[in-house]
Ligand binder design. Sequence first.
Ligand code: ADP
Ligand code: MG
Length: 698
Amino acid sequence: MKSIPDYFGSKVFDNRVMKARLSPDVYNSLKQTIQQGKKLDSGLADSVASAMKDWAVENGATHFTHWFQPLTGITAEKHDSFIAPAPDGRVIMDFSGKELIKGEPDASSFPSGGLRATFEARGYTAWDPTSYAFIKGKTLCIPTAFCSYGGEALDKKTPLLRSMEALNKQALRILRLFGNDKVMRVVPSVGPEQEYFLVDREMYEKRKDLIYAGRTLFGAKPPKGQEMDDHYFGAIKPRVAAYMEDLNEELWKLGIFAKTEHNEVAPAQHELAPIYTTSNIATDQNQLTMEIMQKVAARHGLVCLLHEKPFAGVNGSGKHNNWSLSTDSGANLLSPGDTPYENAQFLLFLCAVIQAVDDYQGLLRASVATAGNDHRLGANEAPPAVVSMFLGDELTGVLEAIESDKPYPGTEKQKIKLGVDSLPRFIRDNTDRNRTSPFAFTGNKFEFRMLGSSNSIACANIMLNTAVAESLKIYADILEGASDFKTALHELIRTVITDHKRIIFNGNGYDDSWIEEATDKRGLLNLRTTPDAMEELLKKKNMEMLISHGVYSERELRSRYEIMLENYCKTVCIEAQTMSDMARKQILPAIERYLADVADAAARKKALDAGISCAYEKRLAKKLATMVDSIDERTDALDGAIAKLRTLSNVTEEANYIRDEILLKMSELREVADEAEIISAESYWPFPSYGDLLFGVN
Ligand code: ADP
Ligand code: MG
């Protein structure tokens, strides 16, 4: 067996391969593009393409594809083979620079939110040299951006790259103010922790809700759920261990640093965390990871559920977006330094994040809003729908001391003067992990915990990068014009703390009293559902900020609003129709069968004529008959609501109707069906129970 270092990255056209296979000139030029964002010399494309093709063919590839991330949130690919006719009638393997740089998929069925209507129906894909090409199956996948002919982004990668650019520009301005002339590039680093469920494939295939909706729409609570906390970090079962082993190997071949794996809180729930990388690569790799997780599961007779809430009553799955800023010289800008001077710079970057999260809490919330994630956020688990920040006691103490001009609690009567040598050394390792906070500082990075497990992490990072770029821009504007840098810096930090401390909350985010305090006293937003959150994309302040940094155009934002809401509507509609289908075709007939057998049993008992009681059968039959009626009525009501939905004329109305009516009708139907499951004999129930699904993989 090959050792990990031997096969790690063996399917990636990474730096090692480039260095070995490109001429030094081409290699150096490409490296500059990758590391410093310099424009690629198009004359080099042919050499890169040819080296890439040779490498890919040697590694078994026959096709190539421009791999991109349309607004559906998943990845798309259209395969072309390398074959080209040779003059002598034979075939050669060919791949040109032109084919590497630009593709024109017939992509008219991808959502564009009207962006393409007045332009060409086709979009084009453009090579992103900052994310490595890789081989999947027999195909060389080239990460690309996807745009309309008018240059408008039809994907998630383009705005992400733009947001990284905006952040780099403003962060460099700040570093220069601190006298740092060496750093040439600042890049957001991201490590996304991915949660997921594993269920047995045979059971999965018996449940239409899992097949069509990715989550259970019915299901009574099993006698045991997650109350014992015995699954979290528990011993990994053999079948799951075999899966993880196989998964790691696949990810490692693709150069993905899958690092930690453990069981999560809910039964059948697990987590995988990679080592962090740039936000662009982390986004590509997370998409790829989700795909490979599902593929590998199939090989093990399992299904990997990435839905945010596959099961009611046990925790849902999220994705923790660990985020920081690193420089090309390897420094982490969110790591407190050893000297007061470094700490002043750290505090300014910290302030930038605090202000960004406060000012653009609505955008951050919107960036994680989906029908699936609505079941987590604000539903008494994971983080609430209110965005707030956890800094921990020590750092909060430092900020309070600066704001009130009082001595810092950890020191002897020392007041904090930024940039002067009295600023104490503080927090190196912040181990206090407040699990309930949506946005927590964890020592040298922030952890944004509101993302749903199936979300692309692109959206959250686009908003985060740009909002922080905006804070930094404001600070750079002020400080560049200041006559006395240190005084201005100190004043600036104090003002930011005063103005934005309302977003800092170190307490328990699950408490109802917090939600009340957050909304009533602090004026924070509590956007509970996707339709509520999406309005944030169209708010003037938010639009202006995103447009001013060149991350989105107004048309692009409007298109995103449409697409996200459309996606919400379609998702819930599929769920509603699936429920209706299951109720009529499976649940009602099953209860009827059981009811008939119960009635039969009563009749047979009676026929014995020995004075035997039929009270049990009668009681049970009555309950079942009442439930049958109720399920039928509620299914009718749901169908009626779906029919009404079809008469609505725009997506905003539809989304609001779904939020207020359809979801309610769905939960009413579920309620009675779940009660019926509880009193029905197991052998009659038409699909596997929660107990089967949650405890079925050993
Ligand atoms: P947790 O207790 O939340 O599981 P870990 O220490 O295991 O925290 O780290 C979780 C994730 O944070 C990993 O994916 C890791 O790569 C990532 N991470 C660590 N440092 C940074 C950083 N500077 N920037 C971005 N992500 C980081
Ligand atoms: Mg975490």
